[in-house]
Design a protein around this ligand. Structure first.
Ligand SMILES: [Zn+2]
Length: 122
């Protein structure tokens, strides 16, 4: 047994570094997009829905108060709510990771979360 062919030439090393750099750049590009993956709705501390921001949809929450959470053009917002002050409706639209809308009287939150590992690039 001789000649396993594991001798690294200088060119091979550069090729490996190039591929590693390419992977790092792709990863950074993907992470830098900053757009959240879905709007997570919780009611009284319990997660009740995950709405993908990639698809326009509406979701009704029937807790202490009735609310409608909508996703339009990649943004989530509380479209309608019969809670006392309606602050959650006035909070506006959220689309970036970590942003959230809280409805204190209704004990409801809407938080944008990333896609995680199983995200589809593009
Ligand atoms: Zn509210």
């Amino acid at each position: 047994m001789s000649g396993f062919g594991l001798k690294f030439k200088k060119g091979d090393l550069w090729a490996v570094l190039f591929v590693m750099a390419l992977i790092a750049v792709l990863f950074l590009l993907f992470a830098a997009r900053g757009k959240g993956g879905c709007a997570v709705v919780t009611l009284e501390g319990q997660e009740i829905a995950r709405l993908p921001l990639s698809r326009d949809t509406e979701f009704s929450v029937s807790g202490k108060y009735h609310a409608v959470i909508a996703v339009e053009k990649g943004e989530a917002f509380v479209k309608d709510s019969d809670c006392p002050h309606g602050d959650c409706v006035k909070s506006g639209k959220i689309s970036k990771n970590g942003q959230s809308v809280v409805c204190l009287p209704g004990r409801m939150t809407v938080t944008v979360e990333g896609d995680g590992v199983d995200a589809v690039i593009g």
